[in-house]
Design a protein around this ligand. Structure first.
Ligand code: 5AD
Ligand code: SF4
Length: 457
């Protein structure tokens, strides 16, 4: 790198895959001689890794860019870049629209981020890199960054998606499905657990079809990971109901370290909406998968994604979504208003549901769905749950972790020494969003700070 050591800050929006990509970009730049800077405003190079799944996600990025204009005017040498899905989707038009932006690149530019930033710095040019690696070649390599390992680590195993759900921008900004080689993933898992990780969550947009072009499979990845010493818990996201085969379902009853939890988006309970979404399953087929999962693993915790107000969704369609929410006891849910994404097929459907109707349906869905989750969590008061303590919460109040079923737990008497430990926690309170409790065998009055003394056996 030329000149004095420059500093770098990466701000991440969106999903865990973006967190993984940001870690990689940071590690590449640090290896190249950049220094990490915690304060966004102070960094010589500021990259914003973005999400374009809904219009709102993009608006957040554009408004941040607006706020950065005075900073760039004051420090013209500061480099500001947009990476990730918004970069891919908006490309050149983003550079044109935002004159104080120096770099725009898509998710496939991650490995080249070093050269691209250098190009801006040394040539003083504005750089656009949205070429897309859409070849269906064997696999791609992208080892995880091992220098700051957390108790619960995410590992990207594939990128892209071959489904074209008609509302979804992902296939356009992340390209076709491509998997990483299984040996590289197992090596990543070993290195992560050697550095203290206990729980591994495999990530892919459509994880069930991992390795489909290369003769590898998610079931094999799970089985092989199960036999790696040091791994305590295995999870994966996101499953597509059509691709969740019997091999994967039966693993929930057999594989010791596979957590009894699965995120299985159903999106809509109406067959006519599902058809227009091109989801490739019916409501009945979805419910059959749920039944098979519960037969294999009776206490499995299911979570889901739902979209309300898809073009043409009638009151009756929406009622069918409500029925699924009432019938399947979900332990967690992400509920969204449909957001039209330019370039997707649904964007051309017309028949847009008015925003006021979407808002009303969402509120109704939230009431029922979160009401049921609250009941489930309240019923756990007094029970002992096992919790892998991960970190202090964002406000610095409590140490938090998750149960095998994926429930978020605030461990009220835990301290720093508990991080990375799997503790028995007695639940004192359950709400719609979390469980609160005290870990067994330690004083209950402890709080953060003083709590560091409470060391588990
Ligand atoms: N509008 C609203 N929600 C969407 N999702 C994906 N695309 C859209 C969209 N255009 C939701 C789906 C998906 C989750 C990650 O985001 O529910 O499962
Ligand atoms: Fe989007 Fe559908 Fe692919 Fe999921 S399966 S990433 S919703 S296109």
């Amino acid at each position: 790198m030329s000149g004095l050591q420059k500093s770098i800050h990466i701000k991440t929006f969106g999903c865990q895959m973006n967190v993984f990509d940001s870690d990689r970009m940071e590690s590449i730049l640090v290896k190249q001689g950049y220094r990490r800077e915690a304060d966004l405003a102070q960094a010589d190079v500021l990259l914003i890794n973005t999400c374009s799944i809904r219009a709102k996600s993009e608006q957040k990025v554009l408004s941040l860019l607006g706020q950065l204009k005075p900073l760039k005017e004051k420090y013209p040498k500061k480099v500001i870049g947009i990476t990730g899905c918004v970069g891919q989707r908006m490309g050149r038009s983003l550079l044109q629209r935002v004159p104080h932006l120096d770099l725009v690149m898509g998710p496939d530019g991650v490995e080249r981020v070093g050269e691209l930033v250098e190009e801006v710095l040394t040539r003083g040019r504005r750089v656009l890199e949205t070429t897309f690696d859409n070849q269906k070649e064997r696999s791609y390599s992208q080892p995880a960054v091992i220098d700051k390992v957390r108790p619960s680590e995410y590992l990207t195993v594939m990128k892209g998606c071959d489904h074209f759900c008609t509302y979804c921008i992902v296939p356009f900004v992340r390209g076709r499905e491509k998997s990483r080689p299984i040996e590289e993933l197992l090596e990543d898992v070993r290195r992560l657990v050697d550095r203290g990780a206990k729980e591994i969550t495999f990530l892919g947009q459509n994880i069930n079809t991992y390795g489909k072009r290369t003769g590898e499979s998610l079931a094999a990845l799970v089985d092989l990971t199960n036999s790696i010493p040091g791994v305590e818990r295995i999870r994966y996201v996101t499953s597509h109901p059509r691709d969740l085969g019997t091999d994967l379902i039966e693993q929930f009853g057999r594989v010791e370290k596979l957590c009894p939890a699965l995120h299985l988006p159903f999106q809509s309970g109406s067959n006519s909406v599902l058809k227009r979404m091109a989801r490739l399953y019916t409501r009945e087929e979805y419910l059959e998968k749920v039944a098979a999962l519960r037969a294999a693993c009776p206490d499995i915790a299911l979570s889901t994604d739902v979209i309300v107000g898809f073009p043409g969704e009638t009151e009756e369609d929406f009622e069918q979504t409500m029925d699924v929410i009432r019938d399947v006891r979900f332990s967690g849910a992400f509920l969204f208003k449909y957001s039209p994404r330019p370039g997707t097929r649904a964007h051309e459907f017309g028949d847009e549901v008015p925003d006021s109707v979407k808002t009303e349906r969402l509120a109704h869905l939230q009431d029922v769905c979160f009401g049921k989750i609250k009941e489930e969590n309240q019923a756990m008061e007094g029970q002992i749950v096992s919790c892998l303590v991960e970190a202090l919460d964002k406000k610095g109040r409590y140490y938090t972790g998750r149960t095998p079923h994926g429930k978020l737990v605030h461990v009220l008497n835990a301290g720093e020494a508990c991080v990375g430990k799997i503790l028995d926690v007695e639940v004192s309170e359950g709400s719609a969003s979390n469980l609160k409790g005290y870990y067994v065998g330690a004083p209950r009055q402890n709080r953060v700070g003083e709590a560091a003394k409470a060391v588990p056996a």
